[in-house]
Design a protein around this ligand. Sequence first.
Ligand code: ADP
Length: 505
Amino acid sequence: MTDKKYVIAMDQGTTSSRAILFNKAGEMVSVVQREYRQIYPQPGWVEHDPMDIWSTQMGVTMEAMQKIDAKPEEIAAIGITNQRETTVVWDAATGHPVYNAIVWQCRRTSGMIDQMKADGWTDAIRQKTGLIPDAYFSASKIAWILDHVPGVRERAERGELRFGTVDSWLIWNLTDGRAHVTDRTNASRTMLFDIHQCEWDEEILRYFHIPRSMLPTVLPSSGLFGTTTRFGGEILIAGVAGDQQAALFGQCGFAAGEVKTTYGTGGFMLMNTGEDAILSRQGLLTTIAASVGDTVQYALEGSVFIVGAAIQWLRDEMRMIKSSPQSEEYCRNVPDAGGMYIVPTFSGMGAPYWQQDARGMIVGLTRGISKDHFIRATVESLAYQTHDLLRAMTEEAHLSLSGLKVDGGASANNFLMQFQADISDVTIIRPRCIETTALGAAYLAGLAVGYWKDLEEVSANWQCGQTFTPHMDPDKRNKLLHGWRRAVDCAIYWAKEDRNGDEYV
Ligand code: ADP
């Protein structure tokens, strides 16, 4: 046991770096956050300067400590959670990046992935890595840097370069180059990692011509990653997980059947499937979950591209509301959406539909439709999309749900949460602390060093903010869901027409 006061969570996200100090009760005692530069060199390309990532993360951590005058000797450990898949390559001798970080959103390597699929790799990738070949993951991003930055391939082959996801990059810097490590959850998003053997896959590395010497050592998510002296004393780095896996852990989703869903700009649902790596037939990803101890736990993951972004659309483009929270009062002005559905698939549909050409759809307009109905139909669409993911997951995993744990900005909307409970016929559980990502990283680190004794002690910290229990009549639910299915079909039909222009006569 340790009598130290705090655990630091470094939460390195896509648009900002944050540091949070947690106490033993799992309460936030200090938070500092800073946005940093997004670089868009061409349409569809997204980069970050790795030095911005590092300097903002250092800056916010120091400030968060200073704010409450926390000394290094009062810190039990550091936990890191990070934007996943984003790729950094640097020189082992100097620590200088050879190129900007290529961000997960960046589509520059989609041609490489089309080639990979044409080469017949789709099944092998799914079997080995649990993923669907996509430019989103790190593998093709590393290959792009090796192929396009002058001199870099030769340096990599001489063993002079290191690759890392953002967690590795931060740990390398925090330990002054002593540790080149990552955790299993981050490794499982590179599309280079065999999630069953738990090791880098030589065949895939060969396909992308990536030298093995560039890759970090992969460690369990809770354990010793290194020691930093950057804060004026020694602090252990003892927990690492990618953001979505950290959130599942922070929601205390330790057991098979636990599900969390995040209502952020987009939506991410993860279901813990225990020691079974379930291969999805409905386009969900199989990935490694954060866990303590050596046993590997798996999760199914599905995402919805447009969730809170649809509310921002109401605010910024439709100019129907002044703020996102205001959407809730409009929803309550009407008893239902008046038979109207909005399918906000502005940029294609993710799981379980996977229609990349789909666009948004509005159906069921009548003369009586008002702004209230329009807003309500948009808010309801968040719940319908989440429902589709949830149904796919429970079908694939054959697991019964104990409840759906929620977090993210739009989970603050009580109308939405009740509607979700009603439509999915499941109890929605919203924790008091919705900073679950950072909390998950803190728990992983704190458990490794004995700051928290075990999972029971951590679970005892978990405080429910509010639950929403279903009470919609089953006939009504089925009718609403049937309407939603038809609206989705319309959106898919519209996309198909576009591809086969001559079909329409
Ligand atoms: P991210 O981490 O993806 O930036 P957040 O978890 O901070 O996202 O959530 C922000 C999103 O939540 C925004 O898209 C915003 O429109 C939406 N949002 C915030 N509050 C509400 C609310 N009360 N009702 C509906 N949507 C909301």
